[in-house]
Design a protein around this ligand. Structure first.
Ligand code: PLP
Length: 288
């Protein structure tokens, strides 16, 4: 099944799927979303993703459908898609209404679930690592559109990625307005230095990644020290390893930042170890 769509509880193929051009998600990016994936066909960390979904929606005052109903729709859409492993995107927009910015005029929210085959990042990418660019564009400050809100407006990340791709890099690592490292365009970042893991603190304005939380918790359980703090890009130049974390990437080694290589310019053992820890945990959870 290439892509299965669920619109407000009705399953359809993408070519039959219809969403109004007056929908505020389309007009203004006035929506929230989550991306989850399955391991052994079962959604992983669904609770954590739905908790974050609720936090994002609450910050924007977007009404979500009933959580039990939503969970059932997620499960049934994944099941109907019948993939070995699924990628599942859950979107709730503020809905339609007259063409006006005024959110109080919306006629009610719209729920869309998209399920497709989960495409693994190729092994060679984990073996070679990726190159990230530090773009001119800065991560929007929490006092503007807080990056902790996973909204349908990803233009900040899109502009950063555009800069990175044009400069020949795989991804962008955005700084905040004070020059601190925040996150990549759709992943959090960790640095490993002198036997300790470091990751930017939530207060500076980043998405609280589900994988970031898992890495912090599981790494600590495996005896590694982790600190959430301010990180400046210069600190990466002396780091042993740098890695990105996300639901889809798990733990991806970064081997180059701008012109500078990270350590030897080859992925290190820590990124590999953390990825194995995440995968083992995921398999254990879905089998439980
Ligand atoms: N940061 C941003 C901006 C993201 O969009 C994402 C995922 O989409 C992440 C971090 C990683 O979050 P998670 O681990 O929950 O997938």
């Amino acid at each position: 099944m290439p892509l299965l769509v669920n619109i407000d509880g009705t399953l359809c193929r993408p070519e039959e799927a219809v969403v109004s051009v007056l929908d505020r998600g389309f007009l203004y990016g006035d929506s929230v979303y989550e991306v989850i994936r399955t391991y052994k066909g079962k959604p992983f960390t669904l609770k954590e993703h739905l908790d974050r979904f609720e936090r994002s929606a609450a910050r924007l005052d977007i009404r979500l459908p009933d959580r039990d109903w939503l969970e059932k729709q997620i499960h049934s859409t994944i099941e109907a898609a019948g993939n070995d492993e699924s990628y599942c995107r859950i979107i709730v927009t503020r809905g339609g209404g007259p063409i006006t910015l005024d959110p109080t005029k919306s006629t009610g929210s719209l729920t869309v679930i998209l399920v497709k085959e989960y495409e693994h990042f190729p092994d060679w990418m984990y073996a070679a690592g990726i190159k990230v660019h530090i773009p001119m564009i800065r991560r929007n400050p929490p006092a503007a559109l807080d990056p902790a809100i996973k909204s349908g407006n990803y233009l900040n990340s899109i502009l950063a990625l555009l800069e990175a791709r044009r400069a020949g890099f795989d991804d962008a690592l955005m700084l905040d307005v004070l020059g601190r490292v925040t996150e990549a365009t759709s992943a959090n970042v960790f640095m490993y230095h002198q036997k300790k893991l470091y990751t930017p603190a939530l207060r500076i304005g980043i998405l609280e990644g589900v994988t970031r939380r898992l890495v912090i918790d599981l790494a600590s359980r495996h005896g590694f020290e982790v600190e959430e703090c301010d990180i400046f890009p210069e600190q990466f130049w002396t780091a042993r390893e740098v890695m990105l974390t996300s639901t889809l990437k798990e733990v991806m080694p970064v081997v180059q930042i701008g012109d500078a290589r990270v350590n030897t310019g080859k992925p290190g053992p820590m990124a590999k170890k953390l990825r194995e820890i995440i995968q083992a945990y995921a398999h254990q959870q879905v089998n439980a």
